[in-house]
Design a protein around this ligand. Structure first.
Ligand code: PGA
Length: 224
């Protein structure tokens, strides 16, 4: 049966996904590509604003993001938890503290993602909720660059916990225990409500929803 399926599932599959999905998506596609060698898979990673633009322009089969759009009607499939956490270097004075009040975190200089980033938007909303003012020390258009700047002592940030997947045993970073954090979010695979995904796209959607390694990865991150 699998041999038959192989013949059926071929063609191109194009996806755009938010920056943080690069911390799990390329890792878990191996078995899918092995099962469907005829599928030509192309992934690109960017921020929320650009993903929504690509969707408006109908550039991809589907899209993966964390914040569902409020103005466009979409079909969505929940994939995995994607919490945002406060990250500091492990030698930071707040690293050993518990139950840190939000206002205390707000005194720290922040390293921010670029405008158009959903991570940035979620952080701004949290500051707005607490009527606190963000002290922006630096703006960087990449999660990895922000991690480097954190290690360089330039400030703290709020990023997806998945950005620390490979560093969790290194002792380089501390996740701060702050009031109202982590910000709970999920990744969703979405496409415009009227669109009929191709057979290949539907097969990959099912794969993303069903894959057990996804849950494993999430567990690993949870215990970081
Ligand atoms: P962003 O989204 O790249 O737009 O910040 C990342 C995320 O939602 O995990």
């Amino acid at each position: 049966a699998i041999a038959n399926m192989k013949g059926l599932k071929q063609g191109q599959l194009k996806l755009s996904a938010v920056s943080t999905t690069k911390y799990f998506l390329p890792r878990i596609i191996g078995p899918f590509c092995q099962q469907y060698p005829g599928v030509e898979l192309s992934l690109r990673f960017t921020n929320h604003e650009r993903i929504l633009q690509y969707m408006t322009d109908n550039q991809d089969d589907f899209y993966i993001l964390s914040q569902l759009p409020s103005t466009i009607d979409v079909t969505s499939h929940r994939i995995l938890e994607n919490p945002l956490v406060a990250i500091a270097p492990s030698n930071h004075p707040l690293a050993e503290e518990t139950n840190i009040p939000f206002q205390r975190l707000a005194e720290e200089p922040f390293i921010m993602r670029e405008p158009g980033s959903g991570t940035r938007q979620a952080l701004e909303e949290l500051f707005h909720k607490h009527q606190a003012e963000l002290k922006v020390r630096l703006e960087l258009g990449s999660n990895e660059a922000i991690k480097q700047a954190i290690l360089g002592g330039l400030g703290v940030s709020v990023l997806s916990k998945h950005t620390l997947t490979l560093e969790k045993d290194t002792g380089l970073f501390a996740i701060l225990d702050v009031e109202d954090l982590p910000i709970k979010r999920n990744w969703y695979a979405i496409y415009p409500a009227g669109k009929q995904p191709s057979v290949v796209a539907r097969t990959f959607l099912n794969y993303l929803e069903a894959d057990h390694n996804l849950n494993l990865t999430n567990e690993e991150v949870k215990t970081a």
